[in-house]
Design a protein around this ligand. Structure first.
Ligand SMILES: [Zn+2]
Length: 415
């Protein structure tokens, strides 16, 4: 600690507070949607290498990138030079961060049972307390267990929902593997609550399956994104690099690990780790599968944002599934059901060809290593207007869409 930091620390000690690290600001950063031509990704990746921008995502109408404060002119010049059109989709990233999650209001005061709402994005404690609330309130349906610990030692909690009958088919639902995709844990907890609290009205295929749900597979990253760096994606483990922390947990699974769409650079957002399953978070799930060979896995659903996609293997390798037609049919049906209910449009297809190639992802591991037939990744709202910073007022409509998709997958799994 240097002089001023020491003084700040002492002041905090005197007033009885532990100094908290400062939040990272994204003031002056913008998000641009850039036309997706053959050269786009190459140009953007070289600008990313030079720390001028960070690629956020591929959407049906272009590539979104966050242009770093101070680099706007250079990036504009480079795009013009390469004939790449763009439009500014977010004028100021910090402003979007400030507006995304209003402070919890009076509706949290005096609540009994649990604090979790779907009007705000909540911290990890509220999410975990909610799981235990369900276990206490619906003991015949719900059990909570800890399947492992994160890199920083936080528990990874799994909720099992089951009618207790022997021989049920099983579905694994994984949320929050990417820290900054806050809508994922919010959606997963919403689905759980609708299912459990309205159990008797739920579809028979949902009720006839055993559900294993991890709402936050990356608890360290989620908290770091919640408290310090809103745009954090990876976990928080120490890497071989001195200056960069974190592994992209959705590049760390032991199927086709380290191939296309995964980085070897610990400072990169898609760093796949030093080897497959190097991370305690991914290992906790793999070990749970290994320790429970009697569970009849038939479905795996990984929930992310954003882009509005319902995709299936492969993310990598670049090959077509034998049962491509069957998986496509279910994904299409889910997308149609969402639109019929007044929801948004979701694009359907094999992940690698529909979005971009990504190797070492959980969905491919589920399909390729665990032979789980119905393996899906759902990329929730939106298509780039708010991107990762989807305002909290959209949690419920987004989660409703995901619930429809999960019901559609459940019907296929159960039949
Ligand atoms: Zn993601």
């Amino acid at each position: 600690m240097k002089g001023p930091a020491v003084i700040a620390y002492l002041v905090c000690l005197v007033v009885g507070q532990v100094p908290s690290p400062k939040r990272i600001t994204y003031e002056g950063n913008q998000v641009w949607k850039i036309a997706n031509k053959t050269t786009t990704l190459k140009v953007l990746k070289s600008l990313e290498q030079d720390k001028r921008l960070t690629i956020w995502g591929l959407t049906p109408d272009g590539v979104d990138a966050m242009i770093h404060a101070g680099a706007v002119d250079q990036v504009r010049e480079k795009l013009l030079e390469n004939n790449l059109e763009y439009k500014v989709s977010m004028e100021d990233v910090q402003k979007a961060i400030d507006e995304e999650n209003p402070k919890a209001g009076q509706d949290l005061e005096g609540r009994k049972g649990f604090r979790l709402t779907w009007n705000y994005y909540h911290n990890l404690d509220d999410i975990y307390d909610f799981l235990h609330y369900l276990e206490h309130t619906y003991p015949k349906l719900c059990t909570v267990r800890t399947i492992g610990g994160s890199a920083e030692g936080r528990p990874i909690k799994l909720l099992k929902i089951s009618n207790g009958r022997k021989g049920n088919r099983a579905v694994f639902v994984e949320g929050g593997i990417h820290a900054r995709e806050w809508i994922s844990p919010a959606t997963v907890t919403y689905i759980i609550y609708q299912f459990v609290s309205g159990y008797n009205k739920e579809t028979s295929s949902m009720r006839g399956l055993d559900w294993y749900v991890v709402p936050v597979l990356n608890p360290d990253g989620y908290l770091y994104s919640y408290n310090i760096d809103r745009m954090w994606r990876k976990n928080r483990s120490v890497t071989k690099s001195k200056e960069c922390l974190g592994v992209d947990l959705n590049r760390n699974w032991g199927y086709d690990w380290g191939k296309n769409g995964s980085s070897e650079d610990p400072c990169h957002n898609s760093y796949g780790g030093r080897k497959p399953f190097s991370e305690p978070e991914t290992t906790s799930v793999a070990r749970f599968f290994l320790d429970n060979p009697d569970i009849d896995w038939r479905g795996y659903v990984s929930i992310h944002s954003y882009g509005q996609y319902i995709v299936y293997p492969w993310g990598s390798p670049n090959a077509v599934l034998d049962d491509n037609a069957e998986l496509n049919k279910v994904a299409k049906e889910a997308a149609v059901n969402i639109v019929s209910a007044g929801g948004e449009t979701y694009t359907v297809g094999p992940a690698g060809l529909t979005i971009y190639p990504a190797a070492g992802i959980s969905m491919d591991w589920a399909k390729g290593s665990q032979a789980i037939k119905y393996a899906y990744t759902i990329e929730l709202r939106d298509t780039g207007r708010y991107a990762f910073l989807l305002p909290a007022k959209y949690i419920k409509p987004t989660a409703e869409e995901a619930l429809i998709a999960v019901r559609t997958i459940a019907k296929a799994v159960a039949s």
